[in-house]
Structures are given as C-alpha cells and as structure tokens.
Design a protein around this ligand. Structure first.
Ligand code: PMP
Ligand code: GLU
Length: 398
C-alpha cells in the first residue's frame, strides 16, 4: 500500500526518543535529558518582540516562495560579514528549517542512482534524506582516534563517475568536530576536479570553542563556491527550533529550481518567523555570545567528568553542543543484571537505571559511542553525569 520510497525511510531516532521521553515524563518519571540537540535557552527577547510587532502590523500573509526580499537581503549581509561569501538575493532560498533546505537541495540535484558521499558519524536525517531523493548514500567513516579529522584520502577512494555530491557538516553533529581550513580546501579542490557538488550544512557555525574557527567551504575559492550549496538556519544559534526557519545559498540556477519545488510543497516559510529572523541576523548578538560562553563552560565540565569515569573515553572536540564518548569497553559486560550488547543497550540502561537520556551512537553510524548533548543547564548536566558515574562505577572489572 505504501510507496517504495517511503518504505525505505527509517524513523528519526532523535525525534522518536523525544516522544518516548515525553510519555515517560507524563507518568511521573523524572528524566535528565541530555539527548536532544535543542538549546535550553529561550529565544532572545529582541527576536520575540520583532515577531510580536510583525503580528500587530498584520504581517500574516504569504511571502515570496523563496522568502521575503528583506530577509534574503539580511542573509546576504550576514553571509558577507560572517562567512566572506558574496551572494545576491536571487541566490538565497528561505526554508522551513534547515531540514527543508537540505531536502530541497538533494531533491533538486540528485537523479535515481546518483551517489552522495556521506561522512560518518553523521546526523540521523542525512541518510534518509539522501534515500528520499533516490540517490545512494556512500559512507566514509572518520576515525575517532584522529579526532574525527576530515580524511581526504578516504574520500578520494569512494569517488566514482556517479558521485553527485558530498554532504558535510561542520561544526559537526554528533561528534562536535570542526573541520580545518586546509582540509576543507583539499575537499573543495577534489569536488572541482571531479565535478561534484558540496552540500555544506553550517547550522552550528557559531558554536565553536577554545579558539576553534568555523570556515565556510564556499569562501575558499570561486570555483568551490560554484559547486557549493551552503545550508544554515536559526534553530541553534538563536535558540529558534520551534520557529522552523533555515536557508540555502548557492548558484542561481539551483536556487531557482529549489524555488520551483518549494512552490509546490510548502510555499514560503512562516511570515512572522521571517520578520523575527531579520532581527536575529541584524540585531544585537549579545545573547548569542552569552549562550556560546555558557555552552563552553558546560563542555569543559562534561568533558572532564566523562574522561574521569573508568571505561569512558571522549574526544575534546570544539564545536556544536555534543560530545561523543566511546563506551565500547562496557560491551559484553553485565551491569545491574543487564547484559550490555551495544550502544542501544547502553543508552537504554542509562535511561532505565539512571533516568538519564542520551542518544545511542548507532543512530549516527557510530556504534561504539553515545551522544551527549550539553544544551542543558550545568546543574542538570552535573546531576546527569553524577548518576552516570555512580552507575558505571558499580562495575569494577572494566
Ligand atoms: N542539520 C543538523 C546537523 C542538525 O543537527 C539539525 C538539527 N535538527 C538540522 C540540520 C535541522 O535544523 P532545523 O530544521 O531545525 O533548522
Ligand atoms: N538535530 C537535533 C538532534 O540531533 C534535533 C533533533 C533532530 O531534528 O534530529 O538532536
């Protein structure tokens, strides 16, 4: 009855877990949620005020499919200022979350059977988005022993005549890795020489710590820019997950085609959110700095605690709001009468025995890990890690 296309798509583990936790909380279970990648901060007040004003002024109608001209111009200004990327408004499309920008891009570029290189560990939705576009995901696994460094040699090995694009995400969900300028430059050259596109998801660009720097791959040369679609959004930087707003920047022809698709799927994104987004980009960035400082405190605290627990081993990655400790030393052990077989079993164990929610690494093609999100208060992170430590220390034979 259902289409082959939809039958091939797996549910999102991150989103499903949220539903499961909501059900548990409803029956009174007190859970510390270190699972979802969603800022715990409120949307900054100046952005909320801009939305209220938009409503009061009756800004409640359809906008252009690709987003209001004002917002696209604000995005152009932001891309020049922050990313050294020069685009005009007709090279921008505003979307319902970065998710829609990614799906639009893949649907617009890929034919059935085209290959899209995907670097793992990677965010849950990429593989399903690629399958939805009827392309084939080709996986390149990065090495945690090298801090998940972008391994150009490994990428070279999987390029074929069918390679249509590579999908990258820096700073990275779930590893927290931030790719270096020279690595990105090499990747860019590879794309130019082998004639494939780069889809660059930069939604965590502002969340970098310890002096790490985010680089937009499209800014590295004109040739690379021609082959790159840069995706970004408001969910993480401005704590605007529920507003559902993102965008893509790329060459006119591709953006126009994405516009055609979006015109039939959803039309323009929410008009009120678009007004608020202009304020987000052009207004004060003080709240962003405050959030980044706070994430850094939490990151340092969590990293230190994780690496002091016997059996856990965590990379000191410098971006996004995730850490990804290796937990495989617990595999094959029995904890509180439960045999720990894999990351799913380990995450279930933490949820059921310690009431701490994390995401099993298998969701991100990283089967020896769990992902811990530190976009929760320092107090909750402390409580959660205390509980994790206590329960893991019950096992003395690690
Ligand atoms: N890309 C990455 C890497 C993400 O983690 C997320 C989080 N949901 C998104 C894109 C989508 O963000 P949104 O649709 O909320 O803009
Ligand atoms: N991107 C966030 C996460 O990885 C939000 C959930 C989702 O959309 O996957 O947890």
């Amino acid at each position: 009855m259902l289409s082959q296309r939809i039958l091939k798509i797996n549910p999102s583990i991150t989103v499903d877990l949220t539903d499961k936790l909501e059900r548990l909380q409803r029956v009174g279970v007190d859970i510390i949620k270190l699972n979802i990648g969603e800022p715990d901060f409120e949307t900054p007040q100046n952005i909320i005020d801009a939305a209220k004003k938009a409503l009061d002024n009756g800004y409640t109608r359809y906008t252009a499919v690709s987003g209001s001209l004002d917002l696209r111009e604000a995005i152009c200004r932001k891309l020049i200022k922050d990313n050294n990327l020069k685009y005009t408004h007709d090279e921008i499309i505003v979307t319902t979350g970065a998710k829609q920008a990614l799906v639009n891009t893949l649907m617009t570029l890929c034919n059935q059977g085209d290959e899209v290189i995907l670097i793992t560990p990677c965010w849950v939705s990429y593989i399903e988005m690629i399958k939805l576009s009827e392309a084939v995901p080709v996986i390149v696994e990065l090495d945690s022993n090298q801090d998940f460094k972008l391994d150009i040699d490994k990428i070279k090995k999987v390029i074929t005549k069918r390679t249509k694009a590579i999908l990258i995400n820096t700073p990275n969900n779930p590893t927290g890795a931030v790719y270096k300028r020279d690595e990105l430059n090499e990747l860019g050259k590879l794309a130019v020489n082998n004639n494939f596109y780069i889809i660059s998801d930069e939604i965590y660009e502002k969340l970098v710590y310890d002096g790490a720097k985010h680089h937009s791959i499209a800014s590295l040369s004109d040739e690379i820019k021609q082959r790159t679609i840069t995706v970004n959004g408001f969910s993480k930087t401005y704590a605007m997950t529920g507003w559902r707003l993102g965008y893509a920047a790329g060459n006119k022809k591709i953006i126009r085609a994405m516009n055609n698709l979006q015109g039939h799927m959803t039309s323009g994104a929410n008009s009120i959110a678009q007004k608020a987004a202009i304020e987000a980009l052009l207004g004060s960035q003080d709240q962003v700095s405050m959030m980044v400082e706070e994430y850094q405190k939490r990151r340092m605290y969590l990293l230190n605690r994780l690496n002091n627990i016997d059996g856990l081993d965590c990379n000191d990655t410098k971006g996004a709001f995730y850490l990804m400790p290796n937990i495989s030393k617990f595999y094959g052990k029995t904890l509180r009468g439960r045999y720990i077989k894999d990351s799913m079993g380990f995450a279930d164990f933490l949820l059921e025995e310690a009431q701490v929610a994390v995401v099993p690494g298998i969701a991100f093609h990283a089967p020896n890990t769990i992902r811990i999100a530190y976009c929760n208060s320092l107090e909750n992170i402390k409580k959660g890690i205390d509980k994790i430590e206590r329960i893991l220390n019950e096992n003395t034979n690690i």
